[in-house]
Design a protein around this ligand. Sequence first.
Ligand SMILES: [Fe+2]
Length: 336
Amino acid sequence: MTKDQASPIYTGDIAAQQLEGQEYTAKTQEIPFTDEQHAIWADLFAGIHQPYLLEHICKEYKHGLTLLQLDPLRIPTVAHLNDHITPRTGWRIERTAVRYTLADDWYKKFAQRIFLITDYLRTRDQMEFTPEPDMFHDIFGHLPYLTQEFYARIEDKFAPAYMKAAPDEREVIKRLAWYTTEFGLVIEDDRLNVFGAGTISGRAELTNTVMEFYRLGRDGVIDYTGNVFEQIQEHFVAHKNDIHRIIDGVNGLHQQGQMSSQDKGWNVVHALYEKLGISHEGYFGGEVILAPFDVETIARIPKTVYAFNPMFFVCESFEQMDALLDSYLKPIAMRD
Ligand SMILES: [Fe+2]
């Protein structure tokens, strides 16, 4: 993945940033987009809406895409989005001028079942990779899901816990959201499927992920005729020590400022494997490590390494995702 070194890197950590423009009001939700912006939307849409990619995205996403009735050629209005979402799940969509939303404000809106979408659309030179989430990510990646109760239920879990959480717990909560709704994977019909909006809305990210699914089969790590989740679980248990050494090593490199860009980040990770005596093959042979969703492991990953996505986490089902998120979030949300 290449990108402009000078461009900001979206780390998932939401910067405390002053509002530059005017925030949108109830009356100013709709923006007139240029023909070029609609054309960028159309190309992004067409780039991902391909049978060979869609077959690796979970069924719920595709169902939601049908329900949301997005126009492949034009950026939807906020009114269109709300007409297709609010009657189904009660969630509302609001436009925001904030590009890196303050997490606290974001979660306050979340608690009111309001999902913010940015007014920014990536430019032509960022078609494969945008360093920060744009409206294509927000709309195409997340909103098909918000037409469905199961997803509204998942999103409903985060804000009540976040509001009562201690600062260190808030970091874990952001990471749990990151590794489910942004980059999560789920097993369906005994296959690995993409769930996260961050993966779905970036063609390069999505293609790389699908290629990793194939690599795992090709290199004999996963036998796709067998139980896929069990095999991932077995690899994870067998290599847990090395996985934690890698994460701790990445943490160390980050603290030394050696992970300042995605490209450089992966190079230093490869060097780290060598230093730790872990060969870059088999289970560790990809650009990312697939592991069963595990709160303890997720909590160890430093927030600022988000941009490198050193790991992706797999849930055995959406019911399991629900239960694992509840196991961490519910006790916090229920505090007095
Ligand atoms: Fe997102």
